[in-house]
Design a protein around this ligand. Structure first.
Ligand SMILES: C[S@@+](CC[C@H](N)C(=O)[O-])C[C@H]1O[C@@H](n2cnc3c(N)ncnc32)[C@H](O)[C@@H]1O
Length: 354
């Protein structure tokens, strides 16, 4: 994974915030862990880094640091935590096996717990966490901006910020992001110990891109078009489309940097933006999509996995198959212009020592 180096660095720094002495417990939490194949990868990466650190202390100081880890996996209450719990046993055995064969790594006990709740609320006790990780979660807003959900303003049949979105609506999306992100920073600041770290990864925009430009707006604009296509077919009501908006905002690198600085709770240890292909299976070079149909199918699956519950709640289950078929066909056409890249922001934040 592209962001593992940042995670390794933050784990090593966060270890320094452990109280010295025997029997230290490091507390880590992954926010928006989901229940897919990647959920426990983060735990493995953190544990491998801690294991290597413990081994290094043993090699260098002839006495091994004694560390235990409490790892919280957080997501919204609707997440399939049971699926995660069922895969834990196998995961623990794999970790122990790895530690046994890997000479450079000590086995460190890790206690994993599910933590249902929104990251836009308090979820852990004051000053109890050494490391927060969150990947592809902070793009989600806590809610649709009120003046959009109550109909004061409308978004001209866009479901996210599109080329025809009025400026006042763009501002509503941005303001909702600002409120959510500031709230998130102040909540995590309370929960982190002094010297604690956060590694946050989320889709965003390049510096020069306006909110209706870039790789995030592009994929949602095509989904708006697919929904619109279903209106004359009688599958989607026009009023339903007008009142549907995504609780989403892709901030620019500058917006994120400015908010963190303004907020003044964290030091930015590192911030950068990289481009990742929306089609995770396409690792070809250059900008040309070699097989637009199969690439579009792959992207449609990712987008569907992310927003199926929202679409179902608003439009009903019956449109799903047709909608995503039309979406994939429209995306395939769109990909003839070039690859759909998603700008991703990764930032390491440190709660400075008092
Ligand atoms: C695209 S998945 C990312 C999964 C995983 N972290 C990864 O990088 O592959 C986004 C996850 O964020 C979760 N999520 C969205 N809003 C959230 C919130 N307010 N609090 C906690 N989790 C949230 C969703 O339920 C979903 O599981």
């Amino acid at each position: 994974m592209e962001t593992w180096p940042e995670l390794h660095k933050a784990v090593r720094e966060a270890l320094k915030s452990l109280s010295p002495g025997a029997g230290s417990t490091m507390v880590a939490a992954d926010l928006g862990c989901s229940s897919g194949p990647n959920t426990l990868l983060v735990v493995s990466e953190v544990m491998n880094t801690i294991g290597a650190h413990v081994q290094e202390t043993a090699d260098n100081y002839r006495s091994r640091a004694i560390i235990e880890v409490q790892f919280f996996l957080n997501d919204l209450p609707g997440n399939d935590f049971n699926l995660v719990f069922r895969s834990l046993d196998q995961h623990q055995r794999r970790l122990q096996g790895l530690a046994a064969v890997e000479e450079k790594q000590a086995a460190v006990p890790c206690y994993i717990a599910g933590l249902p709740g929104s990251m836009y609320t308090r979820i852990l006790p004051c000053q109890s966490v050494h490391l927060f990780h969150s990947s592809h979660c902070l793009i989600w807003r806590s809610k649709i901006p009120e003046d959009l959900s109550n109909g004061t303003h409308v978004n001209a049949d866009n479901i996210y910020i599109g080329k025809t979105t009025p400026k006042v609506v763009v501002d509503l999306f941005r303001e909702q992001f600002e409120k959510d992100f500031e709230l998130f920073l102040s909540l995590r600041h309370k929960e982190l110990v002094s010297g604690g770290y956060m590694v946050l990864t989320f889709a965003g925009r390049r510096r020069e891109e306006m909110p209706m430009q870039g790789g995030v707006a592009r994929v949602w604009e095509v989904l708006s078009q697919a929904l619109e296509y279903l209106v004359p077919k009688g599958l989607v009501e026009k009023e339903k489309l007008s009142s549907f908006n995504m609780p989403y905002y892709a901030p620019s690198l500058d917006e994120v940097t400015q908010l963190i600085k303004q907020n003044d709770l964290f030091d930015i240890e590192d911030i950068r933006l990289f481009e990742s292909n929306w089609d995770a299976y396409d690792d070809s070079d250059g900008d040309v999509v070699l097989n637009c149909s199969s690439s579009a199918e792959n992207i449609a699956k990712i987008i569907r996995a992310g927003i199926e519950p929202l679409i179902m709640n608003h439009f009903g289950e019956d449109i799903l198959e047709e909608l995503f078929m039309v979406y994939a066909a429209m995306l395939a056409k769109n990909l003839e212009k070039g690859k759909a890249m998603c700008p991703v922001i990764v930032v390491i934040l440190n709660k400075s020592e008092l």
